[in-house]
Design a protein around this ligand. Structure first.
Ligand code: URP
Ligand code: ZN
Ligand code: ZN
Length: 470
């Protein structure tokens, strides 16, 4: 501990939480917030935040890093590059997925991911577990044991060959998760309908990237969302419907809430600012926007905005899932150029999530700063068992803080994002608002927009129970 009462004092900024926005100083000691008040004593380090917003560091609870993605395909980010881009974009915690491949146990899968992350992260990290092979050992032994160790969330897929679970497997996984008090994230798209449509498109010679979107229609997402919610109701397990792209799936969430189900909803930047038209290009450029569910249309964008404003959505995450474009191990696989079926699904976004919502949400007056904090940090911490250690600015919380200049103007450029992908879907987008300084557990990691942290400052976070169990 230093001789000064505080290691750092952030002075004179507007401190924003999900509930309040007040001008005060923030005193930090030993990585934690220890005082909020006016005229705090001098710190060993002083940060002048006059005219700036002092907000909790972003928590991006939906990112894919170094995830196996099929033979010959390589994800563009490792833990170093993904978390570097994340912290430059104002995030202090990311939650990647640990994918269980078939025939492999959860513990073995986790060992592999921890080895990749260890010593390489700029942000704190915590893993969700993807269950693709719900064997009796996984359901009866590994899930409960891992819940005890702080792995308190599971993701299941209703789409993707090799990953999707049948309804009986989903029920068994949900049932096990309820017993272990693990919240379940569900990717809702009807795989059989999609496979059928992909086959029809290929028969018709419609193999361009655009047909990724036409073969994954809203009805396939809506039906699966309804089914996931029904299965969760049957075994009384809380679920999170992730990456919702349209009004009809939102309506399913609304109806389930009306029935009293414990659920949460998530949407992502791509559903606010991209449409299926972005996939519809003469050349192969449309592959840059191939993700699932696909971006839809303007009415769907409006619906997603409305969902953020009115509370249908609790979470705004990136679903960062990066592949390089000019790369035969990325979007331009040999097979992918022949049919959209083989183009790796996913787009980068961990470094741009916060700026997009701030610019298009806060700066336009669609949402206020408190809702911004709730959607980008506080609710992630609550829903995934990190609150109040993370996700707020309060005495006792980790000093994970992003100091924003709300008026700074800029342009999204891939060159600035420092991730592993060779493009951003948001290239050239004008933005308002920028994280100038970012502190991770009290240490300055980004200063004047420049990275000053060393990799390895990020720690692994075991988690408690989701707020949905309360
Ligand atoms: O296209 C996407 N979203 N890829 C990432 C995997 C997933 O479904 O979340
Ligand atoms: Zn998904
Ligand atoms: Zn995802």
């Amino acid at each position: 501990m230093s001789a000064a009462p505080f290691d750092t004092v952030i002075r004179g900024g507007t401190v924003v939480t999900a509930a309040d926005a007040v001008t005060c100083d923030v005193g930090i000691r030993d990585g934690r917030i220890v005082a909020l008040g006016s005229d705090l004593a001098k710190g060993a380090r002083e940060i002048d935040a006059t005219g700036l917003l002092v907000m909790p560091g972003g928590i991006d609870s939906h990112v894919h890093i170094a995830q196996p993605s099929g033979a010959g395909i390589v994800m563009a980010d490792d833990f170093e590059s993904a978390t570097r881009s994340a912290i430059l974009g104002g995030n202090t915690t990311v939650m990647p997925f640990c994918l269980q491949e078939k025939g492999v146990g959860l513990r073995e899968a986790l060992n592999g991911y921890h080895a990749l992350a260890e010593g390489n992260c700029y942000t704190d990290v915590s893993f969700h577990l993807i269950v693709s092979d719900p064997t009796p050992t996984v359901l009866g032994q590994e899930m409960p044991a891992l819940a005890e160790e702080g792995y308190t969330s599971i993701k299941v897929f209703m789409t993707y060959e090799g990953l999707r679970l049948r309804d009986d497997e989903i029920l068994a996984t949900l049932d096990s998760a309820r017993r272990s008090k693990q919240v379940v994230l569900v990717h809702c798209e009807n795989e059989d309908a999609i496979r059928y449509l992909i086959g029809r498109r290929e028969e018709d010679g419609d193999t361009a990237p655009y047909h990724h979107a036409t073969s994954r229609p809203i009805a396939a997402e809506r039906e699966a969302t309804h089914r996931a919610l029904s299965l969760a109701e049957i075994v009384d397990t809380p679920i999170v419907i992730v990456h919702v792209s349209n009004r009809e799936a939102m309506e399913e969430i609304g109806r389930a809430r009306m029935r009293g189900q414990k659920i949460a909803g998530e949407t992502c930047p791509q559903y606010l600012v991209l449409t299926a038209e972005d996939l519809d290009t003469e050349d192969f450029e449309g592959a840059k926007y191939v993700c699932s569910p696909p971006p839809r249309d303007k009415p769907s964008q409006d619906a997603c905005w409305q969902g953020l404003e009115t509370g249908v959505f609790d979470l705004f995450s990136s679903d960062h899932c990066p592949f390089r474009f000019e790369d035969s191990a990325g979007k331009k696989t040999e097979k992918g150029r022949k049919s959209f079926r083989w183009i790796p699904n996913g787009i980068p976004g961990v470094g741009t999530r916060l700026q997009i919502l701030f610019s298009q949400g806060v700066a336009t007056g669609r949402i206020d700063v408190n809702r911004f904090v709730e959607l980008t940090a506080t609710n992630h911490a609550k829903l995934y068992g990190l609150y109040p250690q993370k996700g707020t600015i309060a005495v006792g919380s980790d000093a994970d803080i992003a100091i924003w200049d709300p008026t700074a103007k800029g342009t999204i450029r891939n060159a600035d994002l420092q991730h592993g992908a060779d493009y951003t879907p948001y290239e050239g987008m004008e933005i308002t608002g920028h994280p100038v300084t970012v502190l991770l557990r009290g240490e300055v990691a980004v200063e004047n927009g420049e990275l000053v942290a060393q990799k390895g400052q990020g720690a692994y976070l075991p988690r408690g129970q989701s707020s949905l169990f309360r």
